[in-house]
Design a protein around this ligand. Structure first.
Ligand SMILES: [Zn+2]
Length: 67
């Protein structure tokens, strides 16, 4: 597993790293790196950027694929 240069997760201490997720804005424009999520499924630490504000540790919806 090559984790390259992703930042280590500070919430867990078992080697989880934060990976960036992208989303699409209201106009369909891509919003890169809108959220960061820990790769450790036991951890659930996440960070989202919304309207210029940072939201930490919100509920995430596993397995819910949004199209
Ligand atoms: Zn973590």
């Amino acid at each position: 597993m090559d984790s390259n240069n992703w930042p280590e997760c500070m919430a867990c201490n078992v080697g989880g790293v934060l990976v960036p997720l992208s989303d699409f804005g209201a106009q369909g424009a891509p919003v890169h790196y809108k959220a960061w999520v820990c790769t450790n499924p036991e951890c659930d630490f996440n960070l989202k950027i919304r309207n210029g504000e940072i939201h930490l540790g919100e509920d995430i919806h596993k397995g819910a694929r949004v199209r």
